[in-house]
Design a protein around this ligand. Structure first.
Ligand SMILES: NC(=O)c1ccc[n+]([C@@H]2O[C@H](COP(=O)([O-])OP(=O)(O)OC[C@H]3O[C@@H](n4cnc5c(N)ncnc54)[C@H](O)[C@@H]3O)[C@@H](O)[C@H]2O)c1
Ligand SMILES: [Zn+2]
Ligand SMILES: [Zn+2]
Length: 381
């Protein structure tokens, strides 16, 4: 795919990627996904998203070629490739903070490199393509276990680790009430993963009825529309004996709806980096001493958040890009044992040639879309 500017993507012929460094490999993509994070790019909200770039950070594929220093991978391996690009040897990678690699993104000191996620995340081309160059090939790519469904493997590149880490960062304990804002793929999977930590209630809040219905059955959990609430924070307090939730997860990020002022300042006038509506709701409806876990993406610059409430309520906020590699071994086990069923969220399969339709359907929430998989023409052969 090829980014042409906000709301414009197309399928086009591009040069075949080549090995640029001895630790690179070239992967022939067998499937990729469109993510909620791609919508921030598609809507033109991520700085330095250059025309001509290829998006796509959720993909699996066959190793087609390896650089001279690659040791662990072989040509022909079917691999899942974590969305973060990590060197495996910097101070941050050594702490398993693979989402914060210090070497893979020369543009910033916060986030590491990410496939297909603008020059603020290193300027790498992504996997919504037939072929992709994968740097540090011995670090990220993981051979897909032979008994694993490729669709499950695909969702292990981002959705499942991000959702799981949201729960982990939330410190969910036995008996907790967990409130998850957002019923996109991440919120839905977070609701599923939350049960692995033993809470007594899992509540999801969104305003799109088909997604609420989906998560109610998939997780399963309670799910409510904020459109039908006078006041979201009061709703959460009321249903928790006026204490507030033990853990709130923001799985919405910078394109939240639901508050006119946030939408105006964050999405229309762009005087703050996106609307922080879900974050406000999370901070204000968590109990004192509770934990807010943020995986929704916010821009690199400032948002007007109620930081005073954070301090005065003693809230712990933990946030990060998911450390996919750290989590993979245990998540593979959960999938293999059947405790997690990631492919259950896939609703659409679209040929890569029709990528523009894929983005429109997902962005406009058409056709009950939850998760879209793009299939390159070479994968059909
Ligand atoms: N931290 C990470 O590693 C990581 C990885 C993947 C995705 N993300 C981010 O997670 C977020 C969710 O991703 P997704 O794929 O599920 O996206 P999505 O766009 O499909 O889902 C977002 C959902 O939030 C809902 N929503 C909007 N405003 C809301 C509000 N105020 N309260 C509750 N719900 C609201 C929308 O209706 C939508 O269903 C995005 O910001 C994405 O960039 C982060
Ligand atoms: Zn993603
Ligand atoms: Zn590193």
């Amino acid at each position: 795919m090829d980014y042409r500017g906000p709301y414009r993507v197309r399928a086009t012929e591009k040069p075949h990627p080549v090995i640029e460094h001895p630790e690179d490999c070239i992967v022939r993509v067998t499937r990729s996904c469109i993510c909620g994070s791609d919508l921030h790019l598609y809507h033109g909200l991520v700085p330095d998203t250059r025309v001509g770039s290829t998006f796509g950070h959720e993909f699996i594929g066959i190793v087609e070629e390896i650089g001279s220093e690659v040791q662990k991978l072989k040509v022909g391996d079917h691999v899942l490739v974590p969305f973060n690009i990590s060197c495996g040897r910097c101070a941050f990678c050594k702490q398993e903070l693979y989402g914060n690699c210090h070497e893979s993104n020369p543009e910033a000191t916060a986030v590491g490199g990410i496939f297909g996620y603008s020059h603020t995340a290193g300027g790498f081309n992504g996997g919504q393509a037939e072929y992709v160059r994968v740097p540090f090939a011995d670090v990220g790519p993981t051979v897909i276990p032979p008994d694993m469904d490729p669709d499950d493997a695909l969702l292990l590149t981002d959705v499942v680790p991000t959702a799981y880490q949201a729960c982990e960062m939330g410190g969910i304990k036995k008996g907790d009430t967990v409130v998850i804002f957002g019923a996109g793929p991440i919120g839905i999977m977070a609701a599923k993963c939350a049960w692995l930590f033993g809470p007594s209630r899992v509540i999801v809040i969104d305003h799109i009825d088909y997604r609420l219905e989906f998560v109610r059955n998939y997780a399963p959990c309670e799910a409510y529309s904020f459109k039908e609430m006078d006041d979201v924070v009061e709703f959460v307090k009321k249903t928790t004996d006026w204490f507030g939730a033990d853990v709130c997860i923001d799985a919405v990020g910078c394109e939240a709806s639901g508050d006119g002022w946030q939408t105006l300042t964050g999405r229309k006038l762009l005087i703050q980096a996106g609307s922080a509506t879900a974050l406000h709701w999370a901070i204000n409806s968590v109990k004192k001493g509770g934990i807010v876990s943020i995986v929704g993406v916010y821009g690199p610059t400032g948002n007007i958040i109620p930081i005073g409430n954070v301090v005065n309520k003693g809230i712990t906020i933990r946030a990060n890009q998911a450390s996919v590699k750290r989590l993979l071994p245990r998540l593979i086990e959960h999938v293999q044992s059947g405790r997690l069923n990631p492919k259950g969220i896939i609703t659409h399969r679209i040929p890569l040639e029709d990528v523009a339709d894929g983005y429109r359907i997902f962005s406009e929430k058409m056709d009950n879309c939850i998760k879209t998989v793009l299939i390159p023409p070479s994968a059909k052969r």
